[in-house]
Design a protein around this ligand. Structure first.
Ligand code: KIV
Length: 321
């Protein structure tokens, strides 16, 4: 059992509920005003809450969770059920930011009908406010928008295409490929996408696309010229186990922090210095005396029971500092 729950209505979440909700139109307005959009992934309640409380505009429940949370080699294995499960947790935490759910590989590749049905699940069952799909799937974007489901597109290095790309490589490296990327971005925007993630492309290409679209671009490994930036939460805080690509800026070393905490805890348990007396619960004096009497006299028989009603620890007492 852990008492690290997050009581509803505490100060920080109350402040957040009074802030205007970030919506797809609000992102477009930010672009118009030249205000940078700050986006980050999150996959669970605690981190999503910290991300939201610190003013991030868009929280993406990315299929990168396959790698950073579930330990897969790539994003392909994560299922709709797993993505729904994590989206629900994030949804419970986030008050202000726009919650976007990534549609996992295979959930929209067979047909528009199937993609639409799965997207509806993210909105209806998990509370997503938009879905993200990879690639220039114009017909699907149109169908989703017609069904009132906001869509974020994703172009450039699309991790679900890892096998076709032959690895994670910077995309659109020729003039022809950049022309195609720009055409794809325009087509997604015309189909009604609310924003486009540009991943792993030259900054010049991202800048050109950003300049010609009315909808915001959100870059990852696409340079500073996009309307916003997104990073994977675990990369940002140093909770990854492999060397990071150069576009990642590590703002904290949570790995080192956690290692040190676990090591100190293990040592305290091994040396019996945890828990201390102050971290232990005590019986009321009368019950303590009864216990002592029984310990001193194994034939002692207290038919009322040694831990009577007065000795029962209630919730309030357990949660006292
Ligand atoms: O899954 C993910 O985390 C993403 C972002 C990197 C854009 O798609």
């Amino acid at each position: 059992m852990s008492f690290t729950n997050f009581p509803v209505g505490d100060q920080s979440s109350a402040t957040l509920t009074s802030l205007p909700k970030v919506t797809i139109p609000a992102l477009a307005e930010m672009k118009r005003q030249g205000k940078p959009i700050c986006a980050l992934t999150a996959y669970d309640y605690a981190t999503a809450r910290l991300v939201d409380e610190n003013g991030v505009d868009l929280v993406l429940v990315g299929d990168s969770l396959a790698m950073v949370v579930l330990g897969h080699d790539n994003t392909l294995a994560v299922t709709v059920e797993e993505m729904l499960h994590h989206t629900r947790a994030v949804r419970r935490a986030v008050h202000r930011a726009l919650v976007v759910a990534d549609m996992p590989f295979g959930s929209y590749h067979n047909s528009t009908t199937e993609g639409l049905a799965n997207a509806v699940r993210f909105v209806k069952e998990a509370g997503a406010e938009a879905v993200k799909i990879e690639g220039p799937r114009v017909e699907l974007v149109r169908a989703l928008v017609e069904a009132e489901i906001p869509v974020v597109g994703h172009l450039g290095l699309t991790p679900q295409s890892v096998h076709r790309m032959g690895g994670y490589r910077v995309q659109a490296r020729t003039a022809e490929a950049i022309r195609q990327l720009r055409a794809d971005a325009r087509a997604l925007a015309e189909a009604g996408a609310g924003a486009i993630v540009l991943e792993g492309v030259a900054r010049e290409a991202a800048e050109a696309i950003t300049a010609e679209l009315d909808i915001p671009t959100i870059g990852i490994g696409a340079g500073p010229g996009c309307d916003g930036q997104i990073l994977v939460f675990h990369d940002l805080v140093g909770l990854t186990f492999t060397p990071q690509p150069k576009f990642v800026r590590r703002y904290a070393d949570a790995g080192a922090l956690i290692r040190s905490a676990v090591e100190r805890y293990r040592e305290d348990v091994e040396h019996r210095t945890f828990p201390s007396d102050a971290e232990s619960y005590h019986l009321p004096a009368a019950a303590r005396k009864t216990v002592q009497t029984e310990l001193d006299n194994p034939h002692f028989d207290d038919r009322d029971g040694i831990v009577n009603q007065d000795a029962l620890l209630d919730w309030e007492e357990l949660t006292q500092a």
